[in-house]
Write a protein that binds this ligand. Structure first.
Ligand SMILES: [Zn+2]
Length: 151
């Protein structure tokens, strides 16, 4: 179990998700960016989150070495399915994608995309994870400010 924590919240990442991310690291020159959504739960009264499931690229998604477009409806279907089958416990928590760099840094496109995600889910804390080849980075908004933490 990987735990990412700071003064605002704590996120546990299940071994299953962590292994999947490890296997998708963008280590080969021709590898495409891999991406999906984060699905998990939150403790009722505390800022403790768990990432338990993620989606991976689907048939109608697009990707290149340095970009991706999450557009296959399967991602949303998976979120809805797990939400229903967990009695509402499992929710959409954000997105993840890979970068072909050791220590990943968000691009301007990433930041723009996350701002739009945030506006669509303003009532909820969202997390944006980039999987690098050696380190990963968590990004999140603290009010208007984008924060960043490596793990
Ligand atoms: Zn990116």
């Amino acid at each position: 179990m990987v735990v990412v924590d700071n003064i605002n919240f704590s996120i546990k990442i299940s071994p299953k998700v962590n292994e999947l991310w490890w296997s998708y690291r963008q280590v080969k020159a021709k590898d495409c960016e891999v991406f999906g959504v984060l699905i998990g739960n939150k403790n009722l009264n505390e800022e403790n989150y768990s990432v338990l499931e993620v989606t991976v690229p689907q048939h109608d998604d697009l990707c290149s070495r340095t970009s991706f477009k999450l557009r296959d409806p399967e991602h949303q279907r998976r979120v809805d399915y797990l939400h229903k089958n967990s009695g509402g416990e499992l929710i959409y928590l954000g997105t993840w994608h890979t970068h072909p760099e050791k220590i990943p840094l968000a691009s301007n496109i990433d930041v723009q995309d996350w701002k739009e995600c945030r506006l669509r889910n303003i009532e909820r804390q969202l997390f944006f994870i980039i999987i690098g080849t050696e380190k990963n980075a968590l990004y999140y908004f603290e009010n208007e400010n984008l924060q960043h933490q490596e793990f």
